[in-house]
Ligand binder design. Sequence first.
Ligand code: FMN
Length: 216
Amino acid sequence: MYGQADFDLFEAIYTTRSMRRLKPDPVPDSVLVKVIEAATMGPSGSNRQPWMFIVVTDPETKHFVAERYKKAWEIYFTDKAREVVANEPDSPQGRILRSAKYLAEHIAEVPVMLFACVKKYNDPRRAGQPMTNALFPAIQNLCLAARAYGLGTSITQLHSMSAKEIDARLGVPPEYSNVALIPIGYPKGRWGRPERRPALSVTFWEKWGNRRDSVS
Ligand SMILES: Cc1cc2nc3c(=O)[nH]c(=O)nc-3n(C[C@H](O)[C@H](O)[C@H](O)COP(=O)(O)O)c2cc1C
């Protein structure tokens, strides 16, 4: 037993989708540490563990980030996307856009903004590049562990459009990149299976292009 939450792995995997409508109720620090610990169980090249996480609950800091997140959303939310929301609100794309729009408009109200930062390489070949590949297994572990505690998450990156200002506010040093902003909180909506293409449609057997319609 590694945490208080005893949750079936496959139930977590099959119900961890972006939960962007979150209640403002606070999340205990002890639970946040548990989900961060789950993140740190992720693999990384040479076990460098190049991640650092910043937990933000201070309303003023959240407001500062939210203003910049919303500005980035206004750029991302193109006329074409607005048309999808207006004309096909219940299409798969329409649903994602409406949910993302909701988050952009309410992100200041989420109880926790978790920033996932990663170290940059310092060897001459890759100097300055963030070790981003090492961060995402950790982030997915974090989202699954949060799910086990009944907490909704979404992985976001729009804050990076204001990286300099946000990093200055949070004190992120130049040798780290602030890769993802993960809002965390108890969800308003219900858990559900993410919409995905079927496994067989994204699988080739032995060689690119060889598909199977079924397996035994
Ligand atoms: C690298 C990455 C960046 C993302 N950036 C954002 C973002 O800035 N804002 C947002 O609302 N969702 C963001 N998402 C969430 C995706 O839109 C979402 O995972 C995708 O639409 C699938 O939906 P689901 O998670 O509900 O299954 C991001 C996801 C990933 C993996």
